[in-house]
Structures are given as C-alpha cells and as structure tokens.
Design a protein around this ligand. Structure first.
Ligand SMILES: [Fe+2]
Length: 185
C-alpha cells in the first residue's frame, strides 16, 4: 500500500487522503492487480529475468496497456527489473534522484518491489510517495519530481510510453528537502 509523507512528518496510507494531498499535482495513483497466475508470480519474485520472461509478465498485464492505448495514445511498453546486483546501479539511479521534469507523463505500473517518488507541489511544499507492488502511477508532464529506491533496492515496473524521447529528464535546480538522497548515498 502506498505511503505519502509530508515535510512535517505526517504520513498517510489511505488512498483518499493521498489523493487529496496529491490533487494539486494531478498525479494519478491506482491499485492494479497483477492477477494470480502462478508462473507470473514466480517470475515476479526473481531478480534476473530473460527477455522472454519479461514478455510473459508484460502480456499477463497487457489488459492495462490496452486501456491506456485506447485512452491516451500510448504506443509502447517495457519492463524494467532493478535489483542490487545490476552493475553501475547507483550511476543509473542518479539520473532520477535529482529534481527533474519530463515533456511527457511518466507512467509506471509497479509489479514487484517498490520505489519512492518525490514531488514539488505548486505551493512549493514537497511530499514523498512510496509506490508499492500492484500500484500504478501517472506523473503528469512538467511536474517537478524525483525517484529513488527503498533500502530493499528492488523494483519491477512496466513503463508506458507515447514517445521514446519525452521522458528524458530535464533537471531543475530545486533542492530536495526530504530524505531521499540520504538513503541511497
Ligand atoms: Fe522522472
């Protein structure tokens, strides 16, 4: 279940509370089941996946991709599988743990593990949202945000794209006041 933390230390786990706190950002958060297929569940528990295994997982949840295609012009999807033994993991993650925006929405469906998205709200306040397995998030284009892993350092996420270029990070100079960088570095 998602957890939202405010700068004053308040934490919310109720979806209605989280939605209220994120409403000024128009961040979309939903609970999406991966289903009960035994093979898929087994693959989701593995760190390293072949391309074929990734495709098995993707196809098991492609009903959501079909919905996104119908709704918003999404064209491609892939699965990223992050785990502690990936070479240069810190270098890879350091692209995203600074405040940035994208020209396109950042659309992620976490199918295993978890990750933390931080946001700058329009009033300048900052919040951090832990997104867990079987949760979908849409970070709207041009929203200042950052991303880092929890200490477990494991996440599998389906990424949905309308174009391949639009999610390249554009860095902003906003200083992150919440705990993110302290955990990974
Ligand atoms: Fe991002």
């Amino acid at each position: 279940m998602a957890i939202l933390r405010l700068e004053n230390g308040t934490a919310y786990t109720d979806f209605n509370d989280i939605s209220r706190e994120l409403s000024s950002l128009k961040v979309d958060l939903n609970s999406w089941s991966v289903g009960n297929d035994a093979e898929v569940r087994q693959l989701l528990a593995k760190d390293v996946l072949s391309n074929e295994e990734k495709e098995t997982i993707l196809q098991a949840v492609d009903r959501y991709f079909e919905e996104l295609k119908a709704k918003g012009g999404y064209q491609t999807r892939d699965l990223i599988a992050i785990h502690p033994d990936i070479p240069n993991l810190d270098a890879m993650l350091s692209k995203f743990d600074k405040c940035h925006t994208h020209a396109d929405d950042e659309v992620r469906y976490i199918v295993a593990g978890d990750g933390i998205f931080g946001f700058v709200r329009p009033d300048g306040s900052q919040v951090e949202l832990t997104v867990e397995a079987e949760e979908y998030i849409n970070v709207p284009a041009n929203t200042e945000h950052w991303f880092y892993l929890t200490p477990k350092r494991r996440v599998k996420a389906v990424r949905y794209f309308t174009s391949t270029e639009g999610w390249t990070p554009q860095y902003t100079d906003t200083e992150i006041r919440l705990g993110g960088l302290a955990i990974n570095h």
